[in-house]
Ligand binder design. Structure first.
Ligand code: GUN
Ligand code: ZN
Length: 437
């Protein structure tokens, strides 16, 4: 322990093995820091120090002893839909048909606050069960659905980004707002939730086909009228969708150019999918600071295509990983990394375990512009973390016995692990999920 610290400098101590990133492992071979038998000291939920455990601990501190477990920063899910929880794993359609057949009818139910509360509570518990501590979440067009998800997150003290879906055309009447009402309702929600506690608001036009030009303008106006907002949407996921956008916006060079035209490519803008883009599109994303959310389970499930991490990286675009539930088929970031590896294989690329866990932690934080607060155990950061059990299942136990390095262990963890490997999840230092309790 840091010998200059006294007992009143911290209120919580956590003993375990620790692994975190201070940089992108593809760009810096010292990026990963692995500490066997470490001690993380916290005060009021923030990191005070992380050092080798030396057996000396003031007994006034609350001690979490996870000495046979591996702690990492909590995972970032950079794009997901809580109202789609109940339609996860719905058979047999690609994007546009899937939206009509499963998504819109279920999103209709979120006009009911009590119903929305029930799903939001389940969803946040599921995030915690899977070690996900920060997430960028779509609600529905109903303001009640936004109140429900922020309330559920606040009950658990989670840092969560969310927003009301804006959608005024090409959707059933029961799911349409207007340019004016979507501006007014979003503004009211921003005033109620944005930067209140750990909540952050995202202006959320669903995707270009379901917003009129006036509504896309209204979304841009919200970004101008309030500071520090996020913007989340979808882009270039599916070939039929891309062709539809070209028809709806004939004057725009590309799908990304539609969003660019309305001022929606900015810092803190996060776009799900980004599969069918060209070099100019990626260049604009890099120049503007917008981020891509790579959604491997969803892209495979809906047959959308193969995202290229290498293309994003070579053009310096920010990238995070995302479950995209319920197009995505798992809440588990470990399973999401598993599928990300396979997508990369199919695209003739590779995804190392180091890069994968970087993307799920510090890389995710950077893509959401939260790396000043989260993403690793640097002093002063908010202590959201996941406690991993590398021996969680019989096959993991056997495979780990053969692993001869931390890199190999991490790779086996992301290929074989799921919610069973998440022993506990802590938010601001406090245990919010513990397996078996
Ligand atoms: N594009 C527009 N809306 C959606 C959605 O809800 N899920 C996915 N995967 N893509 C979309
Ligand atoms: Zn999505």
């Amino acid at each position: 322990m840091n010998s200059t610290l006294s007992a009143c400098d911290y209120d919580t101590a956590v003993r375990a093995d620790f692994l975190h990133f201070v940089d992108d492992p593809d760009r810096n071979d010292q990026a990963c820091q692995y500490l066997k038998d470490g001690l993380l000291l916290l005060k009021q939920g923030r990191v005070v120090s992380l050092e080798k455990y030396n057996g000396d601990l003031k007994d006034s501190a609350l001690l979490y002893n996870y000495s046979d477990k591996l702690i990492m920063p909590g995972f970032f899910d950079t794009h997901t839909h809580y109202p789609q929880t109940d339609i996860i794993a719905s058979y047999g359609a690609q994007l546009l048909e899937w939206l009509e057949k499963f998504t819109f009818p279920t999103e209709r139910l979120f006009c009911d606050r009590e119903f929305a509360d029930g799903v939001a509570d389940f969803f946040c518990d599921e995030l915690l069960r899977n070690g996900t501590t920060t997430s960028a979440v779509f609600a529905t067009i109903h303001p009640e659905s936004v109140d429900a998800i922020f309330s559920a997150a606040q009950k658990r003290d989670m840092r969560l980004i969310a927003g009301k879906v804006m959608m005024d055309r090409n959707a059933p009447d029961y799911l349409c707002d207007t340019a004016e009402s979507s501006y007014a309702q979003s503004a009211e929600l921003i005033e109620r939730w944005h930067q209140k506690g750990r909540s952050l608001y995202a202006v959320t036009p669903r995707f270009a086909p379901t917003s009129s030009e006036q509504q896309l303008e209204a979304a841009g106006q919200l970004l101008k009228d309030y500071s520090g907002l996020y913007l989340q949407s979808h882009v270039a996921e599916n070939h039929a969708e891309v062709a539809w956008v070209a028809k709806l916006f004939p004057d725009r060079r590309s799908y990304i150019d539609v969003y660019d035209h309305y001022g929606l490519l900015t810092e803190r803008a996060v776009y799900g999918h980004c599969i069918h883009l060209d070099e100019t599109d990626r260049q604009r994303m890099a120049e503007t600071g917008a981020a891509m959310a790579f959604c491997p389970t969803s892209n495979l499930f809906l047959g959308s295509g193969l995202f290229s991490i290498a293309d994003a990286q070579s053009q310096n675009v920010r990238v995070g990983v995302a479950t995209d539930v319920g197009g995505g088929t798992s809440f588990s970031m470990l399973q999401t990394l598993n599928e990300a590896y396979k997508v990369s294989q199919m695209a003739g690329q590779t995804l190392t375990a180091m890069k994968a866990f970087y993307l799920a932690t510090l890389g995710g934080a950077k893509s959401l512009y939260l790396d000043d607060k989260l993403g690793n155990f640097a002093v002063g950061k908010e202590a959201d973390f996941v406690v991993l059990d590398l021996q969680a299942t019989p096959i993991m136990k056997r495979r780990m016995a053969k692993a001869d390095s931390i890199t190999d262990q991490l790779f086996a963890l992301m290929m074989l692990g799921d919610d069973r490997a998440v022993f506990a999840t802590h938010i601001m230092g406090q245990c919010q999920h513990s397996r078996g309790s």
